[in-house]
Design a protein around this ligand. Sequence first.
Ligand code: FAD
Length: 527
Amino acid sequence: MDRTAPGVAVMDVRDEHWNIEEWGHKIEEIYDDPNGPALFNINESDKREYDAIYLGGGASGRFGSAYLRAMGGRQLIIDAWPFLGGSCPHNACVPHHVFSDCAAELMRQRTFGGTLWFQSMDGVRTSIKDVVDLFKRGRTGPHAIMNYQSKEQLDLEYILNAKGTIVDAHTVEVAGRRFKAKNLILAVGARPQVLDVPGKDLKGVYTNVNLVETLDYEPSDTVVVIGGSKTAVEYGCFFNATGRRTIMVVRSQCLKLIPDLETRGYVLDRMKEQGMEIWEGSELQSIESDDDGKVKGVTIKTPDGIQRVATDFVFMGLGETPNSEMAVQALGVQVGPKNEIIVNSRLQTSVQNVYAVGDLIGAPMEMFKARKSGVYAARNVMGREAHYDPQDFPDFLHTHYEVSWLGLGEEEAMKKYENVVIIKMPPNNPNGLNIGLPAGDRVMLYAMAKPHMSGFQKLVIDGDTRRIVGAHHVGYGAKDAFQYLNVLVKQGLTVDQLGEMDELFLNPTHFIQLSRLRAGNERLVGL
Ligand SMILES: Cc1cc2nc3c(=O)[nH]c(=O)nc-3n(C[C@H](O)[C@H](O)[C@H](O)COP(=O)(O)OP(=O)(O)OC[C@H]3O[C@@H](n4cnc5c(N)ncnc54)[C@H](O)[C@@H]3O)c2cc1C
């Protein structure tokens, strides 16, 4: 929805002190109304010049603003949506997690259907639309909390529901008014990429954005997903778990981003076991329309020739393009080959007093980087020199499982270290994975009844220094630990130190107890 309309009505909310529920109602009322007012929360009694305007109030703009305000500075957020928080709770991370939760639940239901208390799911197709609608009804809560928290608890100034236009390096025009600041911090995010093929604009072609906004029918029995990285796989696994034939069309290799080959192999094998078709080395050529302008099929070039697939639902999960166009036109900021604004480690662009943060500056496009880059820009604006270089971060994705990793895969480690030692579960076994370990919360039934589905985990160690150099996990509940483990690994965590920790048995990763079994070795041996 375009909210640039000049003369847009303005509502001064400064003296309103709505609670979270009231904010929720207000957001719902305004969101679908193209003539809805711009919401002004400006502290007119503060006569100081703004230290920074954050253009965009997503993760990067909001966290950066909060930090700048906490340091005693004055900030202003301008956002086109009637809520703060940006794309994550609106059409990105949060729906993705809803869908991934559903995928895990459904996989469990389908795996154990007809046994124990599980009803048979044979031939059962569950609704995609119901889950999308459920998410849409629920997303206002997080939106409302962010407006409330930002105003009442963090004391942030903001203008919502109005697009800002950059005038110069110190000025933004919004809802017919011009606001000036010492610095401009660009935080306008990114948008989904769409393959430029015939039929890309037909009804029935979705990205993560228009899926939640416009899905108004129940997709039939075949879904085609374009892409082989996080978004494609996460959404694809959900569609598959609903009982639909799901074809992943992947130009090169699926899930190349998982650094350890054995872990990646485990993940792909389980996806295929769930019935997913992964067409690697394949490209979408065109999307065909029925008489009503709706998708009726796709043409795909595969290594075995052209394939035509009948479907009414195509999902493009191809990554994102930074929204840098306005800044280029208005300010001439330098951009890279993927449209990303180029910044130095202080988040400064090529134009003085203009910073850029979040997805707008390119990969990794993740929440931790959005929030931290916003904060680091704030520090620099406030005269505290701070350098940010997102390296060596832990990562994760969802299939029907949660997959987490940090550091090096076994293959990369072998190139770097002479004596690589591996501790893993299940261990190498002539009968393959058919062992009821790893076992942990959420996989206990699998461990007992379908052991090969109970997950996979691996610790990669430099045997000479005894330092952990990589960790990999497929299962549930380990992601949280990886956030902290990554810090310890960067600090030089050894297998001996890991073995000294106190495990909360049964724990999702078995790293502590397995390390303890080997820590007594003077010359480290794998497991
Ligand atoms: C499907 C999907 C799933 C994801 N899942 C995860 C996950 O599980 N974990 C994770 O860490 N990351 C995840 N991400 C990435 C994460 O969502 C982003 O990294 C993060 O939201 C980026 O924050 P941002 O502030 O840079 O941009 P955004 O949150 O997109 O904020 C940009 C803001 O700018 C506003 N804006 C744009 N133009 C203007 C203008 N002219 N005037 C005023 N306002 C404007 C927009 O309204 C928006 O609010 C996911 C991404 C996708 C696509």
